[in-house]
Design a binder for this molecule. Structure first.
Ligand SMILES: *[C@@H]1O[C@H](CO)[C@@H](O)[C@H](O)[C@H]1NC(C)=O
Ligand SMILES: *[C@@H]1O[C@H](CO)[C@@H](O)[C@H](O)[C@H]1NC(C)=O
Ligand SMILES: *[C@@H]1O[C@H](CO)[C@@H](O)[C@H](O)[C@H]1NC(C)=O
Ligand SMILES: *[C@@H]1O[C@H](CO)[C@@H](O)[C@H](O)[C@H]1NC(C)=O
Ligand SMILES: *[C@@H]1O[C@H](CO)[C@@H](O)[C@H](O)[C@H]1NC(C)=O
Ligand SMILES: *[C@@H]1O[C@H](CO)[C@@H](O)[C@H](O)[C@H]1NC(C)=O
Ligand SMILES: *[C@@H]1O[C@H](CO)[C@@H](O)[C@H](O)[C@H]1NC(C)=O
Ligand SMILES: CC(=O)N[C@H]1CO[C@H](CO)[C@@H](O)[C@@H]1O
Length: 553
């Protein structure tokens, strides 16, 4: 990549005005830079699959660390890229993919056993029913890799069968699996009673196949008043276990620093530094799951919101599998319970980030406690990883995926559109107002301009998803005369008080409802955008302005 045009390297301690000017400038430049790096990375990876993502993330780290020390993060407020979006290797032919099996088709066309008279009835347990459904799915949903099917069960009337399956989306770089279950109308016709799919229901229409079938021998259990929670999410806090295991463990504990309530990019940059250090030291990272969401994600109030949970945004289960972590509260409880006994737990307190991970490498203390008490910006976590340290400590980007609670919403939206939609990313917000930096953005994303610019790129009457930070819902109405327009707010019920998401997040929040906040919107918008067939970007496709401001491209 390239150098930022104005690497803040001037040290003007004698000139406070100049200093703050430099700081302001560097903030602006830096935010633009982060955005460009992230978007560039995504684009680079999307268009050149062979790039191993590790290289790219190394490049991000290299470039960011050149600029970071004297800047604060300003957020890219409309997209969020995480580890799962960076794994280009998964675009290679995945091993678990089931191609439209020729065997299935052959089986489906095979005549019924001659003993069974062809009376046109459909028996969902007939293996040929599943075969036609599999063949139908493979043909219809080409971006989906179907991983495994459950046996079809009867639908609501004769001739209907409900089937559930697990799938992954070829556009999603992670290997996460999701579930769908749909209702199919099946016909058995011709002399041979060959089965065919007459019609297929929508996303999650096959209610009878929703639950795993009871084991054949078992008496059908009364349908439990199902809490429709996703059983595949295991968000539980890992606990240390016993006193003995606690004392045998080695921990790296970061006290809360100046990063709290900063932008999410800053949060990630800092968090991954701490986690990277823990991995380097072979220690368990003590993690504060409580997140403070910067006010910049709440356009109504502009107030920082404390008490958010890491698990609302990120996949804690994946993190637990990728790294050794323990939750701070549990850890402190154990430390209190077991640390004050006869033999004290050895603790090494580290007051300055200038003590490097390399210096701590030989330290045998059970707990290494970094304290971050200094003034900003001395108290940022990421400072630990500055400079020479970056040769030793690597940020484990692959450990951070988006929360599956949110990804279920993403799958649901894409599923409702049958994975056959185009998307446009319309960046407005503060950029549209800052005409010094973006002279054309506002008019290039005006309702009329959008129609004029999108029409040549996207066929009329396609489903068009608009990922945007424009808060005014009716802003895109003019596109409705040409497209089936979909906005995130059209899917409010997916996080409304009857939704699975609502139930799940409430459980994480000790029974209190959780607001679907601005950052969650960004995550969902990002992932739906990535699943579109044709993707129209603001910068490049809609406007000639540079994404980082005047003269940066
Ligand atoms: C990346 O893709 C490979 C397959 O190419 C897969 O085995 C691996 O689990 C993926 N990693 C992540 C983080 O998704
Ligand atoms: C449907 O087929 C299965 C196995 O092929 C069989 O056990 C079952 O009795 C059949 N049901 C009906 C109603 O014919
Ligand atoms: C959410 O939980 C309530 C009870 O707490 C339950 O009645 C409802 O069915 C659940 N909704 C979903 C979608 O799981
Ligand atoms: C969830 O993960 C924890 C470890 O973090 C494990 O002890 C527990 O058994 C898991 N629960 C389920 C239901 O898999
Ligand atoms: C961590 O473990 C790896 C292999 O298990 C070892 O090579 C490395 O030196 C260890 N690092 C520290 C700081 O102990
Ligand atoms: C759910 O939301 C609707 C509309 O927002 C509201 O009228 C209703 O009272 C809410 N129900 C519960 C149980 O919170
Ligand atoms: C958007 O612009 C890029 C770069 O100019 C181009 O490769 C891409 O095809 C454009 N997208 C559409 C939908 O036209
Ligand atoms: C990369 C960079 O510009 N680092 C500078 C940050 O500020 C300190 C003093 O505040 C300089 O010494 C660094 O060179």
């Amino acid at each position: 990549m390239r150098d930022s045009p104005t690497s803040p390297s001037i040290n003007t301690a004698s000139d406070p005005l100049g200093q703050s000017l430099v700081k302001l400038l560097s903030n602006v430049c830096f935010s633009a830079f982060v955005l460009s790096v992230l978007i560039f990375t995504v684009i680079a990876i999307t268009y050149h699959p062979p790039d191993p993502w590790l290289e790219s993330s190394a490049a991000i780290s290299r470039d960011l660390s050149r600029i970071l020390p004297n800047s604060t993060f300003q957020t890219d407020d409309s997209l969020l890229t995480t580890g799962e979006d960076l794994n280009s290797s998964s675009t290679l032919s995945p091993p678990a993919d089931l191609p439209p099996a020729a065997a299935d088709l052959a089986l489906a066309l095979a005549p019924a056993p001659s003993s069974a008279a062809c009376d046109g009835t459909v028996n969902c347990s007939d293996p040929r029913v599943l075969s036609v459904i599999r063949a139908f799915n493979a043909k219809t949903f080409r971006t989906i890799a179907f991983l495994e099917y459950g046996g079809p069960v009867d639908g609501s009337v004769a001739g209907e069968c409900d089937v559930a399956w697990r799938f992954r989306n070829r556009k999603e770089k992670s290997w996460r699996r999701y579930r769908d279950f749909r209702r199919f109308r099946i016909a058995a016709d011709g002399e041979n009673c060959a089965f065919r799919v007459v019609s297929a229901g929508r996303w999650h229409s096959g209610a009878n196949a929703r639950r795993p079938r009871p084991a054949p021998a078992a008496v059908r259990a009364p349908v439990v008043a199902a809490s429709y929670k996703d059983e595949e999410i295991n968000d539980t806090l890992p606990s240390v276990g016993s006193e003995a295991t606690f004392k045998k463990g080695k921990y790296l504990y970061y006290s809360r620093g100046g990063d709290y309530c900063k932008s999410m990019n800053h949060y990630m940059w800092s968090f991954l530094c701490g986690l990277g250090e823990a991995m380097y030291l072979n220690r368990t990272f003590v993690m504060d799951l409580s997140v403070c969401l910067s006010g910049s994600y709440s356009p109504q109030t502009w107030k920082d919101e404390e008490g958010k949970d890491f698990r609302y945004y990120f996949d804690f289960e994946h993190l637990k599998e990728s790294a050794s972590v323990v939750e701070e509260g549990e850890f402190l409880k154990d430390w209190k319970a077991w640390g004050k006994n006869s033999v004290k737990v050895p603790v090494r307190k580290v007051v300055s980030y200038k003590t490097t991970p390399m210096q701590l490498k030989r330290d045998k203390s059970t707990i290494i406690w970094r304290q971050f008490d200094g003034p900003e910006p001395e108290n940022y976590w990421y400072r630990v990883c500055e400079g020479r340290v970056s040769k030793y400590v690597h940020r484990p980007w692959h450990a951070v995926w988006k929360s599956k609670h949110l990804m279920n919403i993403v799958s649901e939206i894409s599923g409702k559109l049958d994975w056959d939609f185009d998307a446009v990313h319309v960046v407005r917000g503060w950029k549209a107002r800052k005409t010094e930096m973006y002279p054309n953005l506002d008019k290039d994303t005006s309702p009329d301009a959008l129609v004029a610019k999108i029409l040549p790129m996207v066929k009329p009457w396609r489903h068009l998803y608009i990922a945007t930070n424009e808060p005014f819902y009716n802003y895109f109405d003019k596109l409705r005369s040409h497209y089936h327009v979909h906005l995130l707010d059209d899917y409010k019920e997916l996080w409304g008080n009857k939704s699975q998401w609502y139930n799940e997040t409430r459980e994480l929040n000790k029974g209190n409802p959780v607001e679907f906040d601005g950052y969650m919107r960004v995550e969902v918008d990002t992932e739906v955008l990535y699943r579109a067939k044709t993707r129209v970007e603001t910068f490049n496709n809609l406007t000639r302005d540079c994404k980082d401001g005047v003269n940066t491209c």
